[in-house]
Design a protein around this ligand. Sequence first.
Ligand code: SF4
Length: 344
Amino acid sequence: MRLESFAPRLLHWYDEHRRDLPWRSTTDPYRIWLSEIILQQTRVAQGMPYYLKFTETFPTVTDLAAADERDVLRLWQGLGYYSRARNLHATARIVADEYGGAFPDSYAKLVQLKGIGPYTAAAIASFAWKEKVAVVDGNVFRVLSRIFGIATDIATPAAKKEFTELANRLIPADHPDLFNHAIMDFGATQCVPVSPVCLFCPFAGDCEAQATGRQAELPVKEKKTKVRDRFFHYTVLQSGTRLALKERTGRDIWSGMYDFWLTETDTPGGKPAGLPADLAARAEVSPVFTHILSHQKIQAVFHTVEVPVDFLLPEQLKWYTFEELEDLPKPVLILKYLKGRYQF
Ligand code: SF4
């Protein structure tokens, strides 16, 4: 396939199939950046309400920077990968404090900024300022590997370099923004991971994967992520209409969010530690809640026990009324439990 014919065919396809998305009609680097962070590992339909909530609550990067981290996490609740929300907030603070609230206006300067990687910098620079720099994400790997028959393992740094160089040769100087939107849409709706729409494809006939029947084999990704099994035993201390929770700290999942007193064991069937025997005997034990994260499978059991008003809580725990609980950022696993038991 001739390299020069790639962009015209892709842009022609985009003309007819473009998705109308709110972040496509802006050149505001803040909104573009926000949409890119929200859409990482998230489908458009799921990310859209979050984009709208964030832009309404924090219309500028300075508003986001001035927010309390707890409020940012609360707004992010349900979207998962909470480190994204914390990094988002940290980067907003850098832009507000060190750059006076204005994003640096070129790819080269954007990638220098802590929290902005090559993909996000390329998206901002091309969409906001029409800089000729290609985005390279999972969609781009898939589309280019299939059309050009590239079998390099996309989990390797060599592949990143190879695909980035190719994409930067393909991107046209006059419409780099449309090209980047187009290739992402093409990967998301036409050249999809399973059952790509080859029959009505503008590249059919010139696509290596289609010609050789290797659509399912390309792109090549050797490294399989191992899933870690974790077993959580939550102690839910309740006193009337208050529940005892703690903020999660450290480098584990859900840092900055709130959950109950937690005991973790290596195998299923363990028990929460630290509960006096008489209380443990009275605890109501929930069925197992299974919660899947990208690299972890959590099986959680909640042991709920009513304690007197003057019960002395361990230092990390604090009482929260249901109303106060509403405002705390909570992992979806905790929300599921609260909804099931308290119709929260
Ligand atoms: S022919 Fe099929 S595999 Fe090739 S680019 Fe089109 S949709 Fe993708």
